[in-house]
Ligand binder design. Structure first.
Ligand code: CP
Ligand code: NVA
Length: 311
């Protein structure tokens, strides 16, 4: 499978086979690293890491993955460069593209990462925008694959803010990979109809389903229950309104019991606000795989860089 030179902006741009290939590559890179074997595939490559928003997992994963493969990462925080302030995104993209071999972007507008990809002339990887968070989905899928041994046919329920970057990206990834995908969210926080219809098309091809509901009883049968913060970065002013709206959608013991299965896993991209979207007891329970997901960010991000840029 040749993904050299490709951008990684959303999973819409990747076939199920390509996503499967990235997961297999991540598995191999992870197994190697556990044996103390790292690679050289990014030797001589310089990687720009642009962060308009803060990050623990994504930033550290890009840095560690890059260094493991012999590359040089350069962190560019929101006050470090001119991007969008004194210089247009298009001009910054063309400058960074002359100096760096690959660019990661985390920030607000999705159009910024698209413009970087259009003008940089080197692979651009989306480390989260207001609309999508595709590298997280690879980590989540690797975690499910490790836990269950397979992806196709699993029942996956995302509960909470059903129109944020995580909900959007999980819907794309799960529907492409044949995972039955459900969003449980109040009507005002459900995904855009257009994206839902697109994903229903992917699901049809993969032989799975996409369900949108406001009824928490629809968690029944879930193999994985996933939630995310009720206020994403940049939406901090909405806290009170969201707590009132989403309280019935909290992942707690009662909600987990409604799955009717004692094998259901709990997932979260982190960081978590315990007491809001998830209770401490579920977060800390044996059902929780959140730190496997966090570790898998690094192995999957490494796979994306190696596949699109590595020698
Ligand atoms: N899950 C995730 O993207 O975490 P960070 O915000 O810490 O990068
Ligand atoms: N929806 C969250 C995800 C954080 C990884 C946010 O955008 O803040």
């Amino acid at each position: 499978m040749d993904l050299k030179g490709r951008n990684f902006i959303t999973l819409k741009d990747f076939t199920p086979e390509e996503i499967g290939y990235l997961l297999e590559l991540a598995e191999k890179l992870k197994a190697d690293k556990k044996k103390g074997i790292t690679g050289n595939s990014l030797k001589g490559k310089n990687i720009a890491l642009i962060f308009e928003k803060p990050s623990t997992r994504t930033r550290c994963s890009f840095v560690v993955a890059c260094v493991d493969e012999g590359g040089h990462p350069e962190y560019l925080g929101k006050d470090d460069i001119q991007l969008g302030h004194k210089e247009s995104v298009e001009d910054t993209a063309r400058v960074l593209g002359r100096l760096f071999d690959g660019i990661e972007f985390r920030g607000f507008k999705h159009s910024t990462v698209e413009a970087l990809a259009k003008y940089a002339g080197v692979p651009v990887w989306n480390g989260l925008t207001d609309d999508y968070h595709p590298t997280q989905i690879l980590a989540d899928m690797l975690t499910m694959k490790e836990h269950f041994g397979y992806l196709k046919g699993l029942n996956f329920v995302y509960i909470g803010d059903g129109r944020n970057n995580m909900a959007n990206s999980l819907m794309i990834g799960c529907s492409k990979m044949g995972i039955n995908f459900t969003i449980l969210a109040p009507k005002s926080l459900q995904p855009k109809e257009e994206l839902t219809e697109l994903c229903r098309g992917y699901a049809k091809e993969a032989g799975s389903t996409v369900t949108i509901s406001d009824d928490v009883e629809d968690v029944k049968g879930a193999d994985a229950v996933y939630t995310d913060v009720w206020c994403s970065m940049g939406e901090e002013d909405k806290a009170a309104e969201r707590v009132a709206l989403l309280k019935p959608y909290q992942v707690n013991k009662e909600l987990m019991a409604k799955t009717g299965k004692d094998t259901t896993i709990f997932m979260h991209c982190l960081p978590a606000v315990k007491g809001n979207e998830v209770t401490e007891d579920v977060f800390e329970s044996g059902q929780s795989v959140v730190f496997d997901e966090a570790e898998n960010r690094m192995h999957t991000i490494k796979a994306v860089m190696v596949a699109t840029l590595g020698d």
